[in-house]
Design a protein around this ligand. Structure first.
Ligand code: TRP
Length: 320
């Protein structure tokens, strides 16, 4: 089956290991087999803040991360919201297809509101999942590689596609979410891994920064290291991360550490992460920003052609 794959990230800071095992690794695999679009979701940045703040620097960072992990601009189309007016215009008809009650019960939106530092919740907070449907459907995406937190948004997209087709005739495929093979990684403090919570290892962090973050990671006082996600979530999470980097089972790593305690676990993890990220960090140093921006401009032009065609089809189907 030939898929059109679409996925993306908010340019709010450098990507971290959670992104890597959650979705980036998948994208790199998929680019050899399918048509892949990768979105720099710049209009999603203003969901929970007053201004996009340093947006160009964050976009540059994201582009370098993409190229560093092995996304190949000869194979994937990298593009951004703000360069594709026709994509954004799909939001309007799509919003007419969902109810306020449906917008209100999105669990990821609820979680983001709970963690937002803003006193007033913006209208975009409730409607951006529908905008995300436009991200996925403008290119008639069929497969969406995402982490677990994005599943409600893919559900919204499926709803929008189905309802549009029912009302106006078959225009859109109903896309499927694709979860990374890796189990959910938490941050180094045991909470959700997130750039803004300071508990994540960036792909571009130096080896020393990586070591310092891991040294400060939360563990427990039992010197006997065991893999028990239910009763020892922090230790289990570190073992899981080591396992992902080493391509080994976390239980096996726990046995090897035995009574070495948190200290031995952290040493082992630091080495595993730095070893794993070495080639990615090296590649990142080799790409320059001007080249990355040129790649984005080319991607924008390609994506825009698709958006123009889809918007035209939508207007005709709707009778405009
Ligand atoms: N909401 C996603 C995130 O915060 C980013 C995103 C925007 C996205 N549009 C998308 C992901 C479309 C998948 C498909 O990470």
């Amino acid at each position: 089956m030939n898929h059109t794959v679409l996925t993306g990230d908010r340019p709010t800071g450098p990507l971290h290991l959670g992104h890597y095992f959650g979705t980036l690794a998948n994208r790199v695999r998929l680019q050899d087999v399918h048509e892949v679009f990768v979105l720099v979701a710049d209009y999603q940045v203003i969901i929970d803040r007053d201004r996009p703040g340093g947006i160009q620097a964050n976009i540059d960072d994201l582009l370098l991360d993409y190229l560093a992990v092995g996304l190949d601009p000869g194979k994937v189309t990298i593009f951004q919201h703000s360069a594709i007016p026709e994509l954004n215009q799909l939001l309007l008809p799509f919003l007419s297809l969902v109810s306020v009650a449906e917008l209100n019960r999105n669990p990821t939106v609820k979680d983001e509101i709970a963690h937002s530092s803003q006193t007033a919740v913006s209208g975009l907070m409730f409607t951006y999942p529908v905008h995300q449907a436009a991200d996925i459907l403008f290119c008639k995406g069929t497969l969406v590689p995402v982490g677990k937190d994005q599943l409600p948004h893919v559900e919204v997209t499926r709803l929008v596609a189905r309802r549009f087709n029912e009302r106006y005739g078959a225009v859109f495929p109903v896309p499927e979410a694709m979860m990374g093979g890796a189990p959910l990684l938490n941050g180094l403090d045991g909470g959700k891994m997130s750039k803004s919570r300071g508990n994540a290892i960036s792909l571009k962090a130096s080896e020393d920064e990586t070591a310092a973050l891991i040294r400060a990671a939360r563990t427990d006082s039992d010197r006997h290291i065991t893999y028990e996600p239910e009763t020892r979530p922090e230790v289990a999470n570190l073992l899981l991360l080591a396992g992902l980097c080493l391509g080994r089972a976390p239980q096996e790593i726990a046995e090897e550490i035995g009574y070495g305690g948190a200290r031995r676990l952290k040493e082992l993890l630091t080495e595993a992460v730095n070893e794993f990220l070495r080639p990615i960090r090296e590649r990142r140093r080799e790409v320059d920003v001007a080249e990355a921006r040129r790649i984005l401009r080319e991607g924008n032009a390609r994506a825009r052609e698709r958006a123009v065609d889809t918007l035209e089809e939508v207007r005709v189907a709707m009778g405009f």
